[in-house]
Design a protein around this ligand. Structure first.
Ligand code: NAP
Length: 308
């Protein structure tokens, strides 16, 4: 068993890294868990244009690297592993985090900043072609579709922004959206509507993904006319929303959609369990907000530690 830390942070996205920075600077001992690579969803974004200080926008991976390097200047221990469970000793109030590798780590407080994962669509043929033509990360896989035809499913900021990114690589990009209105910010909608390589298929859903070894078309349906048609495509990117990464946490702490419910002090309960950022219920999913939430949580945690 390792030493008891002041804080274990689960998830090195913008919220987790900001909290780590603040807590380390406050002289607290911090262990920061990350399953894969620092940055979370932000790291998978080709250009973040609404994070102040970068007037030309910044690549999500570059911003994440800058945040990680800033945290690494301090005495924060990074643990690259998944988290299987979080529990608390009712007598000592010490929390224990068990990792995917089966190791245990202890702390006086826990901050969950696990963020979200791209949601799957659930259409026929999706499982068969996932990873063989269907993906959820344009930045990771976009280059496979140089001069090819791709479709992006969804009508939010992610779908429209990543369509613009893909349009620089692919020959043609179809945005398939189930309604005739988009959730994406008007600024992004304008950019998409003016783009010569992007075509909108509104009021349209995918009924089935079809191919041999690899995906080569999808069957789409116009929901207004109920007409079915075939769309020849080489690749599809799903941007149909985000699910919270909270499977290791008790149901009592989550809303119906699996996002964590916290009070105004980022408390999940009164016993030293906190959460911040995109994995929390009701937050706007923005990098700047996740950072602010991580900073806010660090003050609540410092206050909690001072009373132990
Ligand atoms: P989102 O805003 O939840 O949008 C999901 C889109 O997928 C919606 O258009 C939705 O359609 C559609 N959809 C959901 N389920 C579907 C289904 N079963 N079949 C077909 N379409 C389906 O998700 P997101 O774009 O990933 O964004 C998530 C959050 O991150 C948002 O808060 C967003 O603002 C934020 N974000 C911000 C930025 C930025 O500020 N630059 C960039 C990316 C993301 P309906 O509209 O009909 O529900």
């Amino acid at each position: 068993m390792n030493e008891v830390k002041d804080l274990i942070i689960i998830g090195a996205g913008p919220a987790g890294m900001t909290a780590a920075l603040y807590m380390a600077r406050a002289g607290k001992s911090v262990l920061l868990f990350e399953k894969l690579a620092a940055g979370g969803q932000a790291a998978l974004t080709h250009s973040i244009e609404n994070y102040p200080g970068f007037e030309d926008g910044i690549n999500g991976m570059d911003l994440s690297d800058k945040m990680r390097q800033q945290v690494e200047r301090y005495d924060v221990v990074f643990e690259y592993d998944s988290v299987e469970s979080v529990s608390q000793d009712i007598t000592t109030k010490i929390h224990t985090v068990t990792s995917g590798a089966g190791n245990s780590f202890q702390a006086k407080t826990i901050l969950i900043t696990t963020g979200t994962t791209s949601r799957r669509l659930g259409a026929k043929g999706e499982d068969k072609f996932f990873g063989r033509g269907i993906g959820t990360c344009a930045v990771c896989d976009g280059n496979f579709y140089k001069n090819k035809i791709v479709a992006v499913i969804g009508g939010g900021n992610s779908a429209l922004e990543e369509s613009v990114y893909l349009a620089d690589i692919a020959a043609e990009v179809y945005i398939i959206h189930r309604r005739d209105e988009f959730r994406a910010d008007p600024f992004v909608q304008d950019r998409v509507k003016k783009h010569p390589k992007i075509k909108l298929l509104i009021d349209t859903v995918v009924e089935e993904f079809v191919g041999d070894q690899k995906l080569n078309k999808c069957i789409i349906k116009n929901v207004k006319t109920n007409t079915l048609s075939e769309l020849a495509i080489d690749g599809v990117f799903l941007y149909v929303g985000l699910d919270a990464n909270t499977s290791f946490l008790d149901l009592q702490y989550k809303d119906k959609s699996g996002f964590i419910t916290v009070d105004s002090e980022n408390r999940v309960n009164k016993d030293g369990l906190f959460a911040a950022g995109d994995c929390c219920s009701g937050t706007h999913k923005q990098v700047i907000i996740a950072c602010g939430d991580g900073a806010k949580a660090s003050y609540s945690i410092t206050d909690h530690l001072s009373k132990l």
